[in-house]
Design a protein around this ligand. Structure first.
Ligand SMILES: [Fe+2]
Length: 301
């Protein structure tokens, strides 16, 4: 049974959504007819129906750009713009037009650094080529990537080779020194925390120079202190995908940090942590109060 569900996952998902929508419609209708206090239940069922439809049909398409401005020194002489995208999950629920749109948007943000934070695929490499439009995106200080946990479940060697062939530099467990207008930034990227061998704390050539760490998962920050890095950027969580205001994610967050670092800007171990909601979906194609996100970080150095 489990195997059958896995094989026909999309159809099972669609059937479950249709059944849930039909159930909510029935409840709304019957309680509306009953009148009186039952109208409260009718109203709640209607709201549930609306949110269900929104999360399936509109939520995944509402691409957002989230901007942060992080000063790593007291008086920055330059601002380096890092554009970070992760969790593409080609082969899942997105078509080629979506990835074309992502690449176009990334270019329009005029990056100094373009970083692809992993989870290029899900279940197969068949649609990895949908990400090829990123081959054309330019970034003044370079284009870099690391793999994510889903990539290790497929063929990490082939995925690495493909992304490299688009002109991106694999920065796994290595660092690079970037400069803009005579001001320097050290960037180190970590291997995947679940299936790779991340070197934590990351390499830092000089404690004097500002330093950022980028990884697929946010978990590496738990084994670091504020001496190891000034800013940590990660994806992986998808923000939980289905969220409610105030309550947050309705689903468990697949990381050790859990809800402490599900999305947005956090402070862990004295380190500023930015967690992206990602651009795709892995297990189910729904997003509620958690749109796909491109992260733009202006780093003051
Ligand atoms: Fe992911």
């Amino acid at each position: 049974m489990k195997e059958w569900i896995e094989r026909h996952y999309e159809r099972v998902f669609d059937a479950a959504i249709i059944l849930l929508a039909a159930f909510l419609t029935l409840i709304a209708y019957l309680t509306y007819r009953a009148g009186g206090y039952w109208m409260v239940l009718s109203f709640l069922s209607s709201v549930g129906l609306f949110m269900l439809a929104h999360s399936i049909f509109f939520g995944p398409k509402r691409l957002t750009v989230t901007r942060y401005r992080e000063r790593l020194v007291h008086h920055p002489g330059a601002w380096i713009r890092v554009v970070f995208l992760s969790d593409f999950h080609t082969g899942g629920f997105r078509d080629a037009d979506w990835y074309e749109r992502l690449a176009h948007e990334a270019q329009s943000l005029d990056p100094d650094v373009l970083f692809l934070g992993g989870d290029f695929c899900v279940d197969s490499l068949q649609h990895l080529d949908h990400l090829r439009p990123f081959e054309r995106v330019t970034a003044r200080l370079g284009r870099y990537f690391v793999l994510g946990n889903h990539d290790f479940l497929e063929d990490p060697v082939a995925i690495r080779d493909t992304v490299r062939s688009w002109g991106f530099v694999d920065l796994t467990n290595s660092g690079i020194s970037l400069s803009k207008e005579g001001h320097y930034l050290q960037l180190t990227a970590l291997d995947d925390h679940l299936f790779g061998s991340p070197i934590v704390p990351p390499f830092r050539a000089s404690a004097e120079l500002p330093h950022i760490t980028i990884a697929h998962e946010p978990d590496g920050v738990m084994d670091m202190s504020s001496k190891d890095t000034d800013l940590y950027i990660a994806g992986h969580t998808h923000g939980g995908q289905v969220r409610l205001p105030v309550i947050g994610s309705l689903l468990p967050i697949p990381s050790k940090l859990g809800r402490r670092a599900d999305c947005g800007r956090k402070m862990i171990n004295g380190i500023r942590l930015l967690v992206s909601q990602g651009t795709g979906e892995a297990d189910f194609r729904a997003r509620l109060f958690c749109p796909p996100e491109i992260m733009v970080v202006e780093v003051g150095v």
